[in-house]
Design a binder for this molecule. Structure first.
Ligand code: NDP
Ligand code: OXD
Length: 308
């Protein structure tokens, strides 16, 4: 029985250190080490090429190196091999920081002040108190839940929308397609933290933008596939959407000729909102390997029929 780390090579040594210290009984290999593919039972990987079970014939569990698992298709995994998404404290902390920063960029119109600075324009504008703004989070999973408390501490009113209903103190919650429009009508700033599935692909589109308050802001940290980019550009150009903070794109890296690069109402980053921290990631995987060896159900297993 062996474990293979097959993700970002620059972080492999930190994963190795945690395994050496906390799970010396689990033989650890990283992709650059000589190893026998037939001995690999547990695999951490970000993007798969080809069918993983053909390469590792006795694979028992595949762990995604990140929270998202939309990069895996049925062609990568036979249905009987469980797929587990990443849930670890560092990923949640990084996302909380980024979403607070993105919300504040929109709330204080720092995107407008960046443009003003470039143009040598001195133009202070009135401040809207945080308690007069509602931030709405789409997707109340591990990461959606993690952003709520720091946003609350900044003083924002909060709303949340999820597939199944949630009751969260201090958050107005909405569930399912039938409550989506009531949720959107509340959101001065909308944060997308949904997984990318057939149901959620293209959900940030002209129809959704039309249901937000005039001039609302968007923070997309889910996936590029959630956003219909042409619809957002049209809504930004009309002022229907006041500004957008974008971390993920239909094509990554974002092509040089894309209008987002120079749009005065867009602040963009190269898919870095959050990242799995090796220590937390390795501990989460070790805990799950131990559960699996003990015959207990895996934590954070992906329901492949739902796509997340
Ligand atoms: P989780 O699986 O923990 O949460 C997903 C949530 O979305 C669940 O609460 C689920 O509802 C809800 N949901 C799923 N489908 C729908 C739907 N059709 N309508 C309404 N709600 C829905 O995922 P995480 O919170 O860990 O991660 C979310 C996403 O964040 C990842 O999939 C990834 O795409 C993105 N991400 C981006 C990063 C970046 O750097 N930009 C970094 C990490 C993640 P229910 O509770 O009912 O199942
Ligand atoms: C993830 C990501 O899904 O980094 O973890 O996007």
């Amino acid at each position: 029985m062996a474990f293979l780390y097959h993700a970002d090579p620059s972080r492999a040594h930190r994963w190795r250190e945690v395994f050496a210290a906390e799970a010396p009984d689990i033989p650890f290999f990283s992709a650059g080490d000589r190893h026998d593919p037939a001995a690999i039972r547990y695999l951490v990987i970000w993007e798969a090429e080809g069918n993983l079970a053909e390469r590792y014939p006795d694979l028992e569990v595949v762990f995604s190196a990140g929270a998202g698992t939309d990069q895996f298709t049925p062609a990568h995994l036979p249905p009987e091999v469980p797929l587990v998404r990443m849930v670890e404290p560092g990923l949640a902390a990084g996302m909380a920081e980024y979403v607070c920063a993105g919300v504040l960029l929109l709330h204080r119109d720092l995107i407008g002040y960046i443009a003003d600075q470039r143009n040598g324009r001195w133009n202070p504008r009135p401040i809207v108190p945080a308690e007069q703004r509602c931030v709405g989070v789409m997707g109340l999973g591990a990461l959606g839940m993690a952003v709520l408390a720091p946003l609350k501490a900044l003083g924002f009113r909060l709303a949340g929308w999820n597939r199944s209903s949630r009751s969260i103190e201090g958050v107005e919650t909405y569930a399912g397609a039938q409550e989506r429009d009531a949720f959107l009508a509340r959101c001065d700033i909308l944060v997308c933290l949904l997984p990318l599935t057939p149901e959620t692909r293209g959900c940030l589109n002209a129809d959704l933008f039309a249901r937000l308050p005039e001039g609302a802001g968007i923070v997309n940290v889910g996936r590029g596939g959630h956003l219909v980019e042409a619809d957002l550009l049209a809504a930004l150009d009309r002022g229907r959407i006041g500004g957008a903070v974008l971390d993920v794109f239909a094509q990554e890296p974002l092509p040089q000729e894309h209008r987002f690069w120079h749009h005065p109402r867009v602040f963009l980053t190269p898919h870095m909102a959050s990242m799995t921290q090796p220590e937390g990631g390795a501990r989460a995987v070790i805990a799950n390997i131990r559960r699996h060896r003990a015959g207990e159900p895996l934590l954070n297993r992906v329901d492949r029929s739902r796509g997340y």
